[in-house]
Ligand binder design. Structure first.
Ligand code: OAD
Length: 247
């Protein structure tokens, strides 16, 4: 089997009933959302320690919220791309299909995906720092920075997993169970560096799943993948779909 061959990927998917997809920032790159570690990546311009840790928020909630407000502004101005749209359509193509994302931008849901595990939270959700109540806040720009809980007046924080924090155990448990049970896992647009998300493909492979990676640049996972498609998700996913749609 050729390693870099869309036809081989389509052939593997054609046989599969249980398909899981793990996405990272790269799937939203073609929509215009910055990634974290690429050439213009956010972590090349900003220090995560200043903006995406509980300590940073305790020190300067206004600064942290200004940064998230800026990112919310970018995301509000973009649309899902053909990569997101194809994955949303695949809920109907495969008997069992689930999407696990590290992204917080909400673009998978906007494209129509419903069976979705958001490992790192969602930038449109806010959480009360006093009682952990989660609610939606789609206002762009935010009405007040830092925002406060309308019920108790405590600070609200972004409902996002920061460095040094644990992932929601229910969401993570579901992600590992899906990975252990799938026949094919596609790993799309992630540098595969941040754990535990980066462990999921290894869990899938350990249970015998075929791993298909889509990424323009090699990652730590590339050598482990059964098929590695080097290119853009927004081009390769519709191309695979075109092949699958041919009876
Ligand atoms: P990264 O920025 O680390 O990696 C993005 C990956 O997308 C890179 O491997 C790129 O080569 C690839 N890429 C770029 N354009 C692409 C395209 N058009 N199609 C497909 N792939 C493309 O982002 P993540 O792996 O998602 O955490 O980062 C993981 C986590 O680290 C994020 O969820 C975030 C960050 O700190 C939180 O926000 C909690």
């Amino acid at each position: 089997m050729l390693k870099n061959d869309i036809g081989s990927a389509a052939a593997v998917l054609r046989q599969a009933k249980r398909v899981v997809v793990l996405t990272g920032a790269g799937i939203s790159a073609e929509s215009g959302v910055p990634t974290f570690r690429g050439e213009h990546g956010l972590w090349r311009q900003f220090r995560a320690e200043d903006l995406a840790t509980p300590e940073a928020f305790a020190r300067d909630p206004k600064l942290v919220w200004e940064w998230y407000d800026w990112r919310r502004g970018i995301i509000a101005g973009v649309a899902p791309n053909p990569g997101h749209v194809t994955l949303a359509a695949w809920e109907k193509r495969f008997p069992e299909f689930a999407l696990i994302t590290q992204n917080v931008d909400g673009l998978h849901a906007r494209a129509g995906s419903t069976n979705l595990a958001e490992l790192h939270g969602n930038i449109w959700k806010v959480r009360c720092t006093k009682d952990d109540t989660i609610s939606d806040d789609h206002s762009v720009p935010l009405k007040e920075i830092p925002p406060r809980c309308p019920d108790c007046g405590a600070l609200l924080r972004p409902h996002i997993v920061w460095f040094g924090e644990s992932l929601d155990s229910d969401v993570l448990g579901r992600a590992f169970a899906l990975s252990a049970a799938c026949e094919v896992m596609l790993v799309i647009g992630t540098s595969a560096l941040v754990h535990p998300a980066a462990s999921l493909p290894y869990r899938a492979a350990a249970s015998g799943a075929k791993i298909i990676e889509i990424n323009p640049t090699p990652t730590l996972l590339t050598g482990e993948a059964d098929i590695s498609l080097q290119g853009k998700a927004g081009e390769i996913l519709p191309e695979i779909e075109r092949l699958l749609a041919v009876k």
